[in-house]
Design a binder for this molecule. Structure first.
Ligand code: SF4
Length: 281
């Protein structure tokens, strides 16, 4: 017997909700045309597989695919990739989150070298930096700050789902090194609220189940935060990943990254209740 505590804020953020609604609408309105998502719609295979069963095909490039409607995912895509789809005759529908777009605009209008605090190779990093008009560097770790020019002033742009702990650390290192910078944004409020909700869970739980996938920056940060507070933390992609050994504690917290659907969370709560848990208000 154990208690189940659901995080106060969890699952789909507005950006992900928006792009999934667009995908729903495109599939319903275009039964006779191919509908694609350029790259995985979100970093969550449960959601991606459910759309794929309904006909949304994931493609990385236009080559080899008959032209149709191509939905740009919430993380955005590089400018050159968007152009290549347009040139191949696809109709693009933009599902980029407005907060990611705001970073695209910051990057495009920057007049200084850009230090981009983000994950190297992450879809959002790649899409954002395709808008940079000049010099930029992705800064993921302290080592990436080496060799900066103390005479230069930099613009700092932060990936919306970056670790806030790492963001603070990198900013304080820049200050210590006397590097001048303008910080143009911080992580998005949806990420912040989900992280605070996990920290709240850690105050009352011995175990935290993090619904979502490791490849999601948002979800990984929830896991990392739970581990940093000394609770037992487990990733669970879907209900099949729940093992009895995860439920040996007395208070089990459940949280979910911004790419996790409410349906996915409901199914996991149902399984936890079947296994003897009591959902606390
Ligand atoms: S996590 Fe934030 S930036 Fe990313 S899609 Fe959601 S709301 Fe937009």
């Amino acid at each position: 017997m154990f208690n189940i505590h659901l995080a106060k804020v969890y699952g789909f953020c507005r950006g992900v909700q928006g792009v999934t609604e667009k995908a729903d609408r495109l599939l319903a309105e275009n039964p006779d045309r191919p509908v694609y998502s350029i790259g995985k719609l979100v970093h969550n295979d449960v959601v991606v597989d459910s759309f794929s069963r309904r006909g949304l095909k994931v493609v990385d490039a236009p080559d080899g695919n008959p032209p149709g409607i191509a939905l740009i995912r919430a993380h955005g895509i590089p400018l050159s990739l968007a152009r290549s789809f347009e040139e191949a005759g696809f109709t693009l529908v933009d599902g980029t989150c407005r907060l990611v777009k705001a970073n695209h605009d910051r990057c495009a209008s920057s007049t200084r070298p850009v230090l981009y605090f983000g994950i190297k190779g992450h879809a959002e990093s790649v899409s954002t930096l395709s808008h940079a008009p000049g010099w930029y560097r992705v800064v993921e770790t302290e080592e990436d700050l080496e060799g900066l020019d103390p005479q230069q002033e930099y613009d700092v742009i932060v990936q919306t789902t970056f670790s806030s702990v790492q963001e603070a650390r990198l900013l304080s290192l820049l200050e210590e090194e006397g590097i001048r910078f303008n910080r143009l944004n911080s992580i998005c409020s949806a990420s912040n609220r989900r992280r605070q909700a996990v920290l709240d869970l850690c105050g009352i739980c011995d175990t935290v189940l993090v619904i979502g996938e490791r490849q999601s920056a948002n979800t990984s940060e929830l896991y990392r935060l739970a581990c940093s507070r000394g609770v037992r933390a487990f990733f669970v992609g879907d209900e099949s990943a729940i093992e009895d050994g995860m439920l040996s504690g007395h208070d089990v917290g459940v949280c979910a990254g911004a790419s996790v659907s409410p349906h996915q969370v409901d199914r996991i709560i149902d399984v936890l209740v079947e296994k003897g848990g009591t959902l606390k208000a």
